[in-house]
Design a protein around this ligand. Structure first.
Ligand code: MG
Length: 158
């Protein structure tokens, strides 16, 4: 059967952390805080895939109390999710996603993000959508306190 899933994630922007989105380190004075590299885009995509596959969410599979995954690249999380899905004979059709950030400008980095996420998921970049928008200066995202991401995934599974 064909199944879809949704994912959402948000992390706080802080000083002295690299900003990693879609597996790409983006030059910016602030980075996202978290147990892993805090890549909200990869985390939202992981949850969308896990939801479509009927699996528990990313916080269940990769708990922030697990010291063995401290600082883990979220591309590695996507690789592990892909392997889990493959073990359940799930075949990913496509991903779509939206980054919500007041800054920096995402458009120069989207092609590389698609390439890296595609490599982690063994999916052609053409089947990965990444869009970016601001929050029109409203609320915590609009004040630049954090970055959020939304994602959907569609896959076939037995
Ligand atoms: Mg997260």
């Amino acid at each position: 059967m064909t199944c879809s899933g949704i994912g959402y994630d948000v992390h706080r922007l802080v000083a002295d952390r690299p900003l990693v989105l879609g597996g790409v380190e983006i030059p910016h004075p602030l980075g996202l805080d978290g147990h892993s590299d805090a890549d909200v885009l990869c985390h939202a995509i992981a949850d969308a895939l896990l939801g479509a596959a009927g699996e528990p969410d990313i916080g269940h599979l990769f708990p922030n109390t697990d010291q063995s995954i401290r600082g883990i690249s979220s591309l590695e999380i996507l690789r592990r999710v892909r392997a889990l899905l493959a073990s359940k004979s799930a075949a990913i059709h496509n991903i779509d996603s939206t980054l919500i950030a007041e800054e920096p400008k995402m458009s120069p980095h989207l092609a590389l993000m698609k390439e890296r996420i595609g490599a982690a998921l063994e999916l052609p970049p053409q089947r990965i959508g990444i869009k970016a928008t601001t929050n029109e200066s409203m609320g915590f995202l609009g004040r630049g306190e954090g970055i959020a991401a939304l994602a959907t995934a569609t896959l076939d599974r037995p």
